[in-house]
Design a protein around this ligand. Structure first.
Ligand code: FAD
Ligand code: SF4
Length: 501
């Protein structure tokens, strides 16, 4: 019997656990999750591809399972829009796919996992590894407890603490890019105002962003509406404020029409890791494997994040059991799922063109690409972005009515006195954040955790850790990498679960 510990009860971790137990019921499988309940720290749209749904999730009854019947793609201008839906290539269409709730998906998977004997421990953040020579032999928890294990599977999602440690330790680089998704759930004020949009999804590009990759979404579930906005974090204008961009989209005349007669019931934000095509589906090291969105498996054009996380979870289980166990535990090796890699390749090409030339051209490109697909796969359209060039151009003024503090009241946040955030180099932080970028961290954080306050002629940096939504945007975007953000104890943090009415 082997003790296998999985870090993270997201779709990747739960699928890995269930598959491992099914393939060899003799193994003891333990999942450690930092949030106070399964799904509590998860944020997602979320569209799930039909095939994967029927192969896997449909076995477990979901509370939210709305079939997408109608889909639209709008290019917004300041006061109007162009409807681009007809240009959308078939492979990016979602009609027939399922609108699910990621918290709900994970809760149902967790129920199944517990039923077949998997142990799930919530409020268990993991902060480090136990090493023997060059191999990982266990984990350290936030309270200092050390746990030995035969094998570790890391399924932490985007920008995981352990993931980054392993990659640094073994000097492995995985090519990822990050975006910040900010999202709200809204409920109808009363039954009469409920509209007939159930099953409809709307995606927007264009205004207010100059970057063609950024965009919004509005999804209509049976009892609620989910609206969100995704800002790619490779922006070079330090005045961008992702929260304000989200609010601007909400106030657009066409978009505000969609959410009229609804009230906000939940506010959340989370990092999205997007693979740059050549990465592995699972990455194996000595004594441990990284899976899921921790490797950046999201296909940003097809919106296949859950799907790829589930495949990655299944793949690690199959490899662990079928490939000689020695091979997977004693060797640094990466395995790729060919379908995921092909998907990511085409999406990456399209999104590069999307970013550079705009939506219509990229969609035309996709249509041509469909015919010339095998040939075009050989080309790599990688239009590199400038990561950071200290460009200081304040955006147009905008009157933001619903501020961050108001929104945070809908995030069910709970923290103790101890802060999980510090600055690791104050002088560097002052130079990069305050002097060079005019308090960029204030604008970046969707929860208003950071504030520069003037006290007797000097600016002092204040951290309100108890506002933190655990989105991790500050970890990847704060200039100079001066923020030290740690996994919280005792399940502290937000709780993004909303119960079905
Ligand atoms: C706004 C937004 C919209 C999205 N829309 C879609 C969509 O429409 N369709 C789609 O398919 N995908 C979508 N995604 C992406 C999708 O949510 C992810 O791809 C998917 O959740 C990845 O699964 P995962 O299991 O790898 O990681 P996650 O779902 O992130 O799960 C990781 C789990 O690990 C836990 N954890 C992390 N670190 C630790 C630690 N150190 N110790 C203990 N526990 C830890 C976390 O709390 C979490 O529960 C969206 C994402 C966002 C943010
Ligand atoms: S402090 Fe960092 S992790 Fe917390 S909400 Fe702000 S940007 Fe996100």
């Amino acid at each position: 019997m082997k003790d296998i510990i999985i870090v993270g009860a997201g779709p990747a971790g739960l699928t890995a656990a269930i598959e491992l137990k099914r393939l060899d019921p003799g193994n003891r499988i333990i999942i450690l999750e930092k949030s106070s309940e399964v799904g509590g720290h998860l944020v997602s749209g979320a569209i799930l591809q039909k095939e994967e749904y029927y192969k896997y999730i449909s076995k477990y009854p979901l509370n939210y399972n709305t079939i997408i019947t109608n889909e639209s793609l709008w290019r917004l201008t300041k006061n109007s829009y162009y409807n681009l839906t007809r240009f959308l290539p078939d492979e990016y269409r979602n009609k027939g796919n399922i609108l699910v709730d990621i918290g709900d998906v994970c809760k149902q998977l967790a129920k199944e996992a517990i039923k077949i004997g998997i142990e799930i421990h919530t409020c268990c953040g993991v902060v480090g590894f136990l090493n023997y020579k060059d191999s990982i032999i266990g984990l350290t928890l936030t309270d200092g407890t050390k746990i030995r294990s035969d094998y570790v599977i890391v399924a932490e999602g985007a920008c995981g603490t352990l993931t980054e440690k392993i990659l640094r330790h073994y000097n492995v680089k995985i090519n990822k890019t990050y975006a910040l998704g900010i999202r709200e759930e809204r409920r109808y004020k009363d039954d009469e105002t409920k509209n007939n949009n159930v099953g409809s999804i709307y995606h927007t590009v264009g205004w207010p962003s100059d970057d063609n990759l950024n965009g919004g979404f509005v999804y209509f579930y049976e009892d609620r509406v989910v609206i969100g906005y995704v800002t790619y974090l490779n922006y070079s204008n330090s005045y961008i404020n992702p929260y304000n961009e989200f609010e601007k989209v909400k106030s657009h005349p066409k978009v505000s029409e969609l959410i009229k007669n609804t009230n906000k019931v939940k506010y959340s934000a989370k990092l999205i890791a997007i693979n740059k095509m050549d990465g592995p589906t699972i990455a194996c090291f000595h004594g441990c494997t990284i899976i899921g969105c921790a490797l950046g498996l999201l296909d940003s054009m097809k919106l296949k994040g859950l799907h790829n996380a589930i495949i990655s979870g299944r793949m690690v289980a199959e490899k662990y059991i079928s490939v000689s166990t020695k091979m997977i535990t004693n060797k640094i090796d990466h395995f790729t799922d060919i379908d995921i890699i092909n998907d990511l390749k085409t999406s990456k090409q399209t999104s590069s063109i999307f970013q550079r030339f705009g939506s219509i051209l990229s969609m035309l490109y996709r249509s041509i690409n469909k015919i010339m697909f095998p040939l075009l796969l050989k080309f790599n359209f990688d239009f590199r972005n400038k990561w950071f060039n200290y460009n200081k151009k304040p955006p147009r003024d905008w009157n933001i009515i619903d501020n961050k503090e108001n929104s945070l009241m809908f995030s069910d946040i709970n923290y103790g006195k101890d802060s999980h955030i510090d600055v690791n180099d104050e002088i560097r932080h002052k130079i990069y954040d305050l002097k060079l970028n005019n308090k960029m961290s204030n604008r970046l954080c969707p929860a208003g955790v950071y504030k520069w306050i003037k006290e007797s002629k000097h600016y002092v940096f204040k951290i309100r850790h108890s506002n933190c939504l655990q989105c991790k945007a500050c970890l990847v975007k704060t200039p100079g990498n001066t923020i030290d953000w740690r996994v919280c104890k005792n399940g502290n943090g937000p709780n993004f679960i909303t119960e079905k009415l």
